[in-house]
Write a protein that binds this ligand. Structure first.
Ligand code: DQA
Length: 126
C-alpha cells in the first residue's frame, strides 16, 4: 500500500472566530466545520493532516520550522499575516515542500493593504 502523505494545515489569526466573524465576508461555516471536511477528504485521498490554528506569528513560525523534513506539503491561510509577515514566508520557504495559500474572501477585491502577499511568491498556488 502507498505511504500516506503528510500535510500541515495552518489557520492564522482570528480564524478561530469563523462562523461569527463578519459572516457577510467570511460566511457562517465554522473552523470546526472546515477541519471536519478537510479530515474527511484527506482520509479518502491518502493524506494525514496535522491541523493547527494560532493567533501568534512566532508560534506559527516555530511550528512550521518544527515540521522541517516531516511534511510533504502545507495548506495555509495566513490570514492578516499574509500581508505583513516575512518571517512566516521565510519559514515556509525553508520547508521546501509545496505550499498552497488559501483565503476565504476575495482579497484582490478588498482593501489595497490586502492585495500584497508575502507568501504568494513561495506558494505553488493560491
Ligand atoms: C483572509 C484575508 C485576510 O486579508 C484577512 O486578514 C483574514 C482572512 C481570508 O481568508 O480571506 O483574516 O486570509
Amino acid at each position: 500500500m502507498a505511504e500516506r502523505r503528510r500535510l500541515l494545515v495552518l489557520h492564522g489569526p482570528n480564524l478561530q472566530l469563523l462562523g461569527k466573524r463578519q459572516p457577510e465576508i467570511y460566511g457562517t461555516t465554522t473552523l470546526d466545520d472546515i477541519n471536519r471536511t478537510l479530515r474527511e477528504r484527506a482520509e479518502t485521498s491518502g493524506f494525514d493532516l496535522d491541523i493547527h490554528q494560532s493567533n501568534s506569528e512566532g508560534s506559527i513560525v516555530t511550528l512550521i520550522g518544527d515540521r522541517l523534513g516531516k511534511v510533504d506539503g502545507v495548506l495555509i491561510n495566513p490570514a492578516a499575516y499574509t500581508h505583513t509577515s516575512v518571517a512566516i514566508a521565510d519559514a515556509l520557504a525553508a520547508l521546501a515542500v509545496p505550499v498552497i495559500e488559501i483565503h476565504l474572501s476575495n482579497v484582490a477585491a478588498r482593501e489595497s493593504f490586502r492585495h500584497h502577499s508575502y507568501v504568494a511568491p513561495i506558494a505553488a498556488g493560491t
